[in-house]
Design a protein around this ligand. Structure first.
Ligand code: ADP
Ligand code: MG
Length: 241
């Protein structure tokens, strides 16, 4: 589904991603953990070309991401949905419109079909009773669930999450993680940057620990959390668990 090979990224002489290699199979849920500044966000952003890598390759679903090829970038971006820490909903559109709009604008999808699909997705994330609300009238957890529905409306093959619950009040984290878990149970392929170790342990089938732009250790949740191979992983986990 996704193959990243020897990816490097430099910001002002500082190598923020250093020889990143990752294989994601269809149906995988990969949790990326690690301290702030490790390069986790930059890594996700390179996958979807919001950031341009300096070397290495990204192959998604058989397509090699050629960064300067606009058509190719569009194709690759269509395969991925991304959810950010900040929800970035369109404030002047209702919840329903927020979810309908991208397929109509980007894919020239049929309006009636798009609305039907949007309602289904909003029902899936538990927001059937909020379709006519404006984002400002929703809690952070509800807004993030709309953001997830909006990403799903484009029918992505792969969902990328960048600390989707970090901006939420603690009591709202669970409802968003629940939606993500349901998505994983439905077989969605997901790469999730998270500080929620419970989620990483229980939902992910593979955990990647990053520090200083490098992948320090990769393993099953069992291996990483209960038998970490490196001192650095151990140290990090001691701090966060
Ligand atoms: P993480 O998501 O793991 O906290 P980031 O990917 O945000 O880490 O950042 C990795 C490193 O890259 C940090 O040192 C950060 O300061 C730097 N960085 C991120 N974005 C930029 C940018 N646009 N310009 C310069 N440096 C950046
Ligand atoms: Mg980040």
């Amino acid at each position: 589904m996704l193959k990243v090979d020897k990816l490097d990224k430099v910001f002002n002489d500082h190598k923020v991603l250093d020889n990143i290699n990752l294989d994601v199979e269809k149906g995988d849920v990969i949790a990326i953990i690690g301290p702030s500044g490790a390069g986790k966000s930059t890594f996700l952003r390179c996958l979807i070309n919001l950031e341009q890598r300096d070397s290495g390759s990204v192959n998604i679903d058989g397509i090699e991401l050629v960064q300067d090829d606009k058509k190719c970038v569009e194709k690759v971006q269509e395969k991925m949905g991304m959810v950010f820490q900040s929800f970035n909903l369109f404030p002047h559109m209702t919840v329903l419109k927020n979810v309908m709009i991208a397929p109509i604008r980007v894919k020239k999808a049929d309006k009636v079909e798009s609305e039907k699909k949007a309602r289904e997705l909003l029902s899936k994330v538990g927001l059937s009773d909020r379709v006519d609300y404006y984002p400002s009238k929703l809690s952070g957890g509800q807004q993030q669930r709309v953001a997830i529905a909006r990403a799903l409306a484009m029918n992505p093959e792969l969902m990328l999450f960048d600390e989707p619950t970090s901006a939420l009040d603690p009591e709202l984290v669970g409802e968003v993680l629940k939606v993500m878990k349901d998505l994983a149970d439905d077989g969605m392929t997901m790469v999730v940057v998270t500080h929620e170790m419970g989620f990483a342990r229980e939902v992910a089938n593979k955990v990647v620990f990053m520090e200083n732009g490098k992948i320090v250790e990769t393993g099953t949740p069992q291996e990483l959390f209960y038998a970490p191979k490196t001192e650095r992983t151990k140290k990090f986990l001691e701090k966060v668990i």
